[in-house]
Design a protein around this ligand. Structure first.
Ligand code: FRU
Length: 699
């Protein structure tokens, strides 16, 4: 029995064994989709990074191939070179001169190979001098190339590597954080274009080349929008707006880590124009971090001291050396419906010398959204503990009716990250915040800066996926059509090394077709699973229309084994209820369940994995895995909303009918949690249609 271990994805790509992260070198050539990937040949955690390799003719069934580029060590076992993320192209014009004769045609003319060229980051942990004389500094990241004349099976590194040794003037000190080249052929100027990241600068560099060996810096882009943590794995590609080939726009897609929409890793996109040298973001697609929604109640950033903290009237529990215990003894109730008055602060700083909790005054929820700026780490920067696990970590939670209804953890370097929580579902309820210091470092502060209560969320970026497990997304070069197909790493750096799978760790998302679509006068990047996945569908297992679904839960019979791997499409309209959705991988008592639904009041799609099974593996990053994830999706009373859901043995992917919101989430449910239910909260949901197909294994 192949690929049947606990949690082994049945229709997602996984390596047979060992650690995998980013997809690399996605290229279509001679009828094959190549998938290279960050791979550790020696273990189930990150290390010895190499390029693993697989191919497919349909993006559904994959064939494993030998490692393409393997990590190199010296005779003492020091790692000299790892092969970090990058891209691949097919050099049909032999611009590199890498082609070799592979035979003769009937007239005796030489037939040459078509070189496939990989462009990647060489990461050199150890200082050394290469055999070609190039002097390498410890920790250096440079851009290199390798080629294959047998359609990607075997690879030769170019003897002149690296082809871009260092970042340009102005950034030379960034030589350890310069990576992830994405290269494509730009036909209007007949040049290769590369976009690579200066990860800590939130800056992308755009280069051009005639031959993939000599590169000229053309321009740079950023910082812009979600400029947190590091920028990684950028790509740049054209798409037609609404399929109109006279309305081309260009899209930058990139990883942000940490500082993603949930925690840790996230994927943002920016739409704009590209003229062969320079990318310019559309003004409508850039967000000013200081812009605040109209009609907001704002608590401004304020440097706290023990006396001003006292002014807040907050109750502190735990041992905070800066403030002393129990600064204010009573918890006061305030209505957040106007100006709370002077002297109220929004910088809640806890001294970093102890773990503990601060509880806010109570307030009544009268606005739709709570947006806040959370800073974990680097305030002030603590050189002695920077980069260690939980350095300066703070979590910020909203409590309603005694329950945590939203929670956000700020991780290392996650400075100034905006988050918006929809709280319309709790209108009129009394609520309060808890700020928890999660570590015991002896120096530095943690804070939640600035809180906004408003009717619309504060937007800071366009997120490509609103779940926690879609990162380092890359797109295919060489497709015969104008289609763009993306694959993301279905994991998150916040906890990825701890997920409970063996002997492999990490899966890829299903391949997704991207498009630009005008929705409510905004051009958005939308996505749906590739249509070839339908080859795995079983005949229909369940299909039904409820003109009115009653309040409460309705169980749906789905036979094993397809109750654990299915495609479920549901459409519905608002009735008298406030929420509607689907519960998957549930047991009879709902102590285990994965909830996917729509909140008519809050106008958002949500995925909840608080009780999705094993979530105790989080290790060094507490509370990062369980969660309730939301994405705004406006609707009217008469709209029919559709959710397309793909459930596999350890993941759910959710797409709304337009593909404007997507969620990718890992789950690790127990085997006996296999029920499928519909639910409607507080009343009916109208015109509910449900269609379920099982998913056959692609292995
Ligand atoms: C993103 C990343 C890349 C890097 C690779 C190393 O997940 O950090 O920036 O090239 O992983 O494995």
């Amino acid at each position: 029995s192949y690929y049947t271990e606990e949690y082994r994805p049945q229709f997602h790509f996984t390596p047979e064994q060992n650690w995998m992260n980013d997809p690399n070198g996605l290229v279509y050539h001679n009828g094959q989709y190549h998938l290279f990937y960050q791979y550790n040949p020696n273990g189930t955690t990150w290390g010895f990074m190499s390029w693993g390799h697989a191919v497919s003719t349909d993006l559904v069934h994959w064939k494993h191939l030998p490692i393409a580029l393997e990590c190199e060590s010296d005779s003492n076992g020091n790692v000299l070179e790892m092969f970090f993320s990058g891209s691949a192209v097919v050099d049909v014009n032999n611009t590199t001169g890498f082609a070799i004769p592979v035979g003769k045609d009937r007239r005796g003319h030489v037939i040459n190979s078509t070189p496939m060229v990989a462009i990647y980051t060489s990461y050199y942990p150890t200082a050394h001098t290469q055999s070609n004389g190039v002097v390498i500094r410890a920790g250096q990241q440079s851009q290199s190339i390798a080629f294959s004349n047998d359609n990607g099976l075997t690879w030769t590194q170019y003897e002149g590597n690296p082809v871009i040794e260092s970042p340009p003037a102005g950034y030379v000190d960034q030589y350890q954080n310069f990576r992830d080249p994405f290269v494509f052929w730009y036909s209007p100027s007949s040049k290769w274009i590369m976009v690579a990241s200066l990860a800590n600068e939130h800056t992308l560099l755009i280069y051009s080349s005639d031959n993939l060996k000599a590169w000229k810096l053309e321009s740079q882009f950023g910082p812009e929008n979600a400029k947190f943590g590091q920028w990684e794995c950028p790509s740049l590609f054209p798409l037609y707006v609404d399929g109109n080939n006279r309305a081309e726009k260009w899209v930058i897609l990139m990883g942000v880590n940490p500082g993603g929409v949930i925690t840790g890793s996230g994927t943002q996109y920016i739409i704009g124009s590209f003229n062969g040298t320079t990318f310019v973001a559309d003004p409508s697609d850039t967000y000013d971090p200081t812009q605040i929604p109209a009609g907001s109640i704002v608590f401004q950033n304020f440097e706290s001291t023990s006396s001003t903290f006292k002014e807040l009237g907050w109750k502190a529990t735990g041992d905070f050396a800066l403030f002393g215990p129990q600064v204010a003894s009573s918890v006061t109730t305030q209505t957040i419906n106007g100006n709370l008055g002077s002297g109220l602060l929004t910088t809640w700083i806890v001294d970093d010398s102890a773990t503990g909790t601060i509880i806010s005054p109570k307030f009544i929820i009268t606005k739709n959204y709570i947006s806040f700026l959370i800073a974990g780490g680097y305030y002030p920067y603590n050189p002695s503990t920077a980069g260690t696990a939980n350095d300066n970590q703070v979590s910020f939670s909203l409590i309603v009716g005694g329950q945590v209804v939203h929670s956000q953890t700020g991780a290392d370097a996650e400075n100034l990250v905006w988050r918006s929580w929809n709280v319309a579902g709790w209108f009129g309820e009394e609520a309060y915040f808890i700020v928890t210091d999660l570590n015991t470092n002896s120096w530095g502060h943690l804070d939640v800066d600035e809180i906004i209560f408003s009717d619309t969320p504060k937007v800071e970026a366009n997120w490509n996926d609103f779940g926690p497990d879609y990162y380092a997304a890359a797109t295919y070069n060489g497709l015969p059509t104008a289609d763009r197909i993306a694959i993301g790493w279905m994991n998150n750096w916040a906890y990825g090394g701890n997920i409970p799978t063996s002997p492999w760790r990490s899966a890829m998302s299903v391949p997704r077709k991207l498009a630009l679509k005008t929705i409510n006068n905004n051009v958005l990047l939308v996505q749906q699973p590739v249509s070839s996945l339908s080859s795995l569908y079983t005949p229909s297992l369940y299909s039904r229309k409820f003109s009115s679904l009653k309040s409460g839960e309705t169980e749906i019979p789905v036979p094993a084994p397809y109750n654990a791997r299915m495609k479920l499409t549901v459409s519905f309209k608002r009735g008298t209820g406030s929420k509607f959705g689907v519960i998957l991988r549930s047991n009879a008592t709902n102590t285990q369940e994965t909830i996917i639904g729509y909140d008519f009041l809050g106008q958002n799609v949500f995925v909840d994995r608080f009780k999705s099974g094993d979530n105790a593996f989080v290790g060094s990053e507490p509370n990062q895995f369980p969660g309730h994830f939301i994405a705004t999706l406006p609707s009217t009373l008469t709209d029919s909303i559709t959710l397309n859901i793909l459930l596999d043995w350890s993941s759910v992917e959710v797409f709304d009918g337009n593909g404007q919101v997507a969620f990718t989430s890992q789950i690790f449910p127990l085997d006996d949690s296999a029920q499928v239910k519909l639910f409607s909260v507080g009343g009916t949901t109208r015109t509910v249609t449900v269609a379920i197909n099982g998913m056959k294994s692609s292995w």
